[in-house]
Write a protein that binds this ligand. Structure first.
Ligand code: 5GP
Length: 194
């Protein structure tokens, strides 16, 4: 997606060979116009999959998931990373090791929001080693729901997650796929069209 690639090139900060900071439009300050375009793009890619729910992870997945849910006309659920006082029983839970924070979180979703008749689209901001997506797949399997695909805003194609998830036969669509962050420079798998 050209608009996203250009935003990454102008506003993204390469923190190391493996970490990209995008807190000016996605991870802290949010660009609603870009989020709307992202929502429309994902909605058109997954329009024929019969999606009934979108499942993301708090907090950075919520904005693009909301816009996608708005266009597809389906509810958006975010898995919680911290136990909520009001979310105490009947939970699906999974363990997720965080790539950026190097810590393991227990994520949870109330059982009342995903059921066996649902076709769930997983959506997240980044795909690195695939641990977040695996945790969300685990929750969908616990619910006996169907997985409709995985929507990723920024995939780091040089890390192992994308291949691992696609090798399971899951459809993964990313809107920007980064081939390298070496030498402080973002290189995409598919170059920005002129
Ligand atoms: P994974 O579970 O695929 O290893 O990592 C994905 C999760 O880690 C995402 O939910 C995202 O929050 C975070 N993450 C991974 N790599 C990056 C990165 O380069 N930049 C930012 N901002 N977050 C990342």
């Amino acid at each position: 997606m050209k608009q996203l690639q250009e935003k990454i090139l102008t506003d993204g900060q390469v923190l190391s060979d493996s970490v990209l900071k995008v807190d000016s439009f996605l991870n802290h300050q949010i660009d609603p116009v870009l989020m709307q375009a992202i929502g429309e793009e994902f909605a058109s890619k997954f329009a024929d999959e019969g999606i009934t729910k979108i499942l993301t992870l708090e907090s950075s997945g919520i904005a693009p998931a909301m816009m996608t849910g708005l266009v597809l006309g389906v509810p958006v659920i975010f898995a919680r990373k911290r136990k909520s006082l009001t979310l105490i029983n009947e939970l699906y839970t999974a363990s997720v090791h965080s790539f950026t924070k190097n810590e393991t979180n227990e994520i949870s979703v109330s059982q009342k929001f995903i059921g066996k008749d649902d076709v769930v689209l997983i959506l997240d901001d980044f795909l690195a080693n695939g641990q977040a997506v695996l945790g969300l797949i685990d929750i969908i399997e616990q619910a006996d729901a169907a997985l409709g695909g995985v929507a990723i805003v920024i995939e780091k194609g040089f890390q192992s997650g994308g291949k691992m998830i696609r090798d399971r036969g899951v459809r993964v669509e990313s809107l920007a796929n980064i081939a390298s962050l070496a030498n402080g420079k973002v290189e995409f798998l598919e170059e920005v069209p002129a």
